[in-house]
Design a protein around this ligand. Structure first.
Ligand code: GLA
Length: 382
């Protein structure tokens, strides 16, 4: 028997629960960031792509102000009223509530709905399952409401939900790419003005996601510490954000900073530069240069920003030792989760076998490697 896709699954369960086919089906993808790590909250550049794994929701409008959602992963339903939104203890249901709250705060008149959701994005792996859930919920509210889908605005509101309702101080990258992803392309995002440019993936090369099988504990504390260090560095340079510091400024004045803060700043300044060069390399079809920039980015995150881990370093090293690898780096917030590699198409399947085997031998952990295709951002498919 072949496995059902996310879409088929939510449609089937919806039909079982409600006795009719769902009138509305929405999806919003997870993401993998090709390069540009910890640059978004420094108002810099990121280069993520939306992946072919998404949160799916099959739903129908209700005539009252109640939202009722069955989550297949959580094996439970949540129900809340839109006229009386109250924060509850930390749980998955705070995400849809938070999105509803952010939409109301913005003055949208939203209505109730009921449905079924499933998330194909592995949780806690650094592939933005939360952003994909938030954007799918936002898309659902738009489909049952009387307002238009404005992807950038929805990304901002979902980020607000995550920051202010769920309490995670993330930047804008994950929500933006889940909202505006473009099939077969990565998207260069300027996180200061949210302008975007879709850049094609290099011909002959594939993006391999490599899950180390490790998950982060204390997510917030280390992330917030990095944010504070970056703010301190920006203050020292007398600028609004590290985006405004050049390599030359760093060379001229960086010595006045303490060592840790100087290293953090060096990562952000050089990463912004690498990210723009990576987008240019993609446009010029220079897969090898792109791979080199991935390698440099990993070194910078390991040594200057200090967000790698032994399993991530092992995965990146083994990937680079495997035939057909053009470059590799950890991806996402860091500390655990996924790395990615740029791999020549024809080497992909031997790469998966070899790196999986050697990683398991070296670490005793069970990895998961898979090729990712770039997909569109949040959409309604019915
Ligand atoms: C997490 C955050 C993003 C971004 C990355 C690091 O994924 O949610 O906003 O800061 O870390 O690049």
């Amino acid at each position: 028997m072949t496995e059902l896709s996310g879409r088929e699954t939510v449609c089937e369960i919806f039909a079982n629960l409600f006795g009719v086919a769902p009138p509305i089906v929405v999806r919003a993808p997870g993401r993998v960031n090709l390069i540009g790590e910890h640059t978004d909250y420094n108002e810099g550049f990121v280069l993520p792509m939306a992946i072919d794994r998404a949160t799916w929701i099959a739903l129908r409008r209700r005539d009252d102000d109640t939202v009722r959602l069955h989550s297949l992963e959580q094996k439970e339903a949540t129900e809340f009223s839109l006229t009386n939104l109250e924060k509850g203890p930390v749980s998955w249901s705070e995400y849809p509530k938070g999105v509803a709250w952010a939409l109301c705060e913005e003055g949208y008149e939203i209505s109730g709905w009921e449905g079924v959701s499933t998330c194909e994005v592995p949780m806690g792996a650094g592939l933005s399952s939360s952003a994909s859930f938030e954007l799918a919920v936002a898309r659902a509210f738009v489909e049952v409401g009387a307002f238009a889908w404005d992807p950038k605005k929805m990304a901002r509101l979902c980020q607000k939900a995550e920051n202010e309702w769920v309490g995670v101080n993330c930047g804008i990258m994950d929500q933006m790419i889940s909202a505006i992803g473009v099939e077969d392309h990565a998207v260069l995002i300027d996180c200061r003005d949210l302008s975007t440019e879709a850049v094609p993936l290099p011909a002959g090369a594939a993006v391999m996601v490599m899950d180390t099988g490790t998950r982060r504990g204390l997510v917030n504390s280390a992330y917030n510490e990095r944010r504070r260090e970056c703010e301190k560095a920006a203050q020292f340079f007398g600028v609004k954000a590290l985006r405004d510091v050049s390599r030359d400024d760093l060379a001229a004045k960086g010595a006045g900073l303490d060592e840790v803060t100087r290293h953090r700043a060096r990562h952000v300044v050089t990463e912004n530069d690498r990210t723009q060069r990576a987008a240019a390399a993609m446009k010029a079809g220079q897969a090898e240069l792109l791979g080199e920039l991935f390698d440099q980015s990993h070194e910078s995150m390991r040594d200057d920003f200090e967000i790698s881990s032994a399993p991530l370093d092992a995965m990146v090293r083994l990937a680079r030792e495997s035939a057909g690898c053009l470059g590799a780096r950890l991806t996402g917030g860091g500390f655990a989760g996924c790395a990615l590699a740029l791999v020549q198409d024809e080497a992909a399947s031997s790469f998966i076998d070899e790196v999986s085997r050697r990683y398991a031998e070296a670490t005793g952990l069970t990895p998961q490697l898979y090729l990712c295709r770039a997909s569109n951002g949040a959409e309604c498919l019915s």
